[in-house]
Design a binder for this molecule. Structure first.
Ligand SMILES: [Zn+2]
Length: 228
């Protein structure tokens, strides 16, 4: 039977080994942000901003402009559009954990029928996001809307699944270019799907920064594919 001392050393070694293996995986960034199964026809599309406050209109204006600088042109319209941007306030215990949401309706070939992109004002307030961080969440959701999936956990990417602090990076631009170089699929049955993604609030930014942003916090985003 092992002594207490031996057991303590054994468990310390296990912890050490876990930490060593966890680090490089968590710190990885895919060189090209992965793509989602949908896209617009071109790297130019319209959106209708349904925000009522000048503050959130400005958040969307900045986020769309930042994508535009990287080659994806979002054009504001007052007419109807496939894409609507808005904000809401859900401070319920269940709702406040989600800071951004997006719902994409698309066909099996990959054509976007409808995109609804939303920010949760109550969550921003509760977790004290400043305006620049709110713009980054908006850029993340717009990234999903235009056809990007998540980069890896801990990645330096606007599509980090817990993004609060990263702007659109080169890896994201590469992913966007690849998305628009990848044509629609040829399918026999163009089923319609709905994909929801939700970004959870990231209240642990300071802690993450101290540890080099390589620990995942309780944030995740999900895609659910539901034929209807
Ligand atoms: Zn996401």
């Amino acid at each position: 039977m092992k002594s207490k001392h031996q057991l303590a050393i054994a468990s310390l070694m296990t912890v050490g080994a876990l930490m060593m293996t966890a680090q490089p995986i968590a710190a990885a960034t895919s060189s090209s942000t992965p793509i989602a199964p949908w896209r617009y026809d071109k790297k130019t599309t319209t959106y209708r901003d349904k925000s009522t406050s000048p503050y959130y209109k400005d958040v969307w204006r900045q986020a769309t402009k930042n994508w535009q600088k990287q080659g994806f042109k979002w054009q504001s319209t007052k007419n109807s559009s496939k894409t609507t941007l808005t904000s809401y306030a859900d401070k319920s215990a269940k709702g406040v954990v989600y800071i951004g949401m997006k719902q994409t309706t698309y066909t099996a070939s990959g054509r976007i029928i409808k995109n609804k992109v939303m920010l949760n004002r109550a969550s921003f307030q509760k977790f004290k996001y400043n305006k620049a961080e709110r713009v980054k969440v908006a850029e993340h959701e717009l990234g999903h809307a235009l056809g990007l999936a998540h980069n890896q956990r801990g990645s330096v990417s606007v599509m980090n699944p817990a993004n609060r602090s990263y702007a659109i990076k080169k890896v994201d631009v590469k992913g966007m270019q690849r998305r628009y170089q990848t044509p629609y699929k040829t399918v026999t049955n163009d089923t319609v799907y709905v994909a929801n993604s939700s970004l959870k609030a990231n209240p642990y930014l300071e802690i993450q920064t101290v540890f080099g942003h390589d620990h995942d916090c309780e944030t995740a985003s999900q895609f659910t594919l539901t034929p209807f």
